[in-house]
Write a protein of this length. Structure first.
Length: 190
């Protein structure tokens, strides 16, 4: 099953195109955008990330999508669903995630796009649950998680297994949303 192009009020969520590589690399090289991730990415690492996202699509029929602003076609970032790529107490599971270019912060693009992905995950993929996680200090992403109806599972907070003991970004907070806890929020409720 392939993820269709999804349109929200202001955004187009679509498969990756070659023209996305340069603006995605710029996003991944921005210290503010990457502040709560492990590290900024080189152009080569950013291109490899897109290639992995495309491979996830090939294998699973869904994944992270490029986000384009309606009207002007500006690349705004990425959003989507993906299998959590490590083992932990809450896996196997599917996560919702996003990465928005700094010039689009504060416009509500992340919750608008993420809500559309939740709806796709619950209504089309019929997933029983979708998770999200980040470092505790990433308050912007945590607010997005709350805006889209996810609930913090404080008992589920965890140390990221791909980061070494003592790493300052190893601890993560876990958020969850169950399909039976109601539909994904409508864009009007955001």
């Amino acid at each position: 099953m392939s993820h269709p192009v999804v349109e929200t009020e202001r955004l187009i969520l679509r498969p990756w195109e070659e023209r996305d590589r340069a603006p995605f690399a710029a996003l991944n090289a921005d210290p503010a955008t990457m502040e709560f991730l492990v590290k900024m990415l080189t152009r080569e690492e950013s291109d490899q990330y897109i290639d992995r996202v495309r491979a996830h699509f090939e294998q699973h029929g869904f994944g992270f999508l490029a986000v384009e602003q309606k009207g002007n076609g500006a690349f705004a970032g990425m959003v989507g669903l993906a299998h959590v790529p490590f083992e932990h107490h809450f896996t196997p599971s599917v996560e919702v995630g996003w990465r928005v270019a700094r010039r689009f912060w504060g416009l509500g693009f992340a919750p608008e796009a993420a809500a559309a992905c939740l709806a796709f995950g619950f209504e089309t993929l019929r997933l029983p649950e979708i998770v999200a996680f980040t470092v505790p200090l990433n308050l912007r992403s945590r607010r997005v998680m709350e805006k889209i109806g996810m609930t913090r599972d404080a008992a589920g907070d965890f140390d990221h297994p791909r980061l070494p003991e003592g790493h300052p970004k190893r601890r993560h907070v876990l958020y969850r949303k169950l399909r039976q806890s109601g539909d994904a929020p409508t864009l009007a409720s955001l």
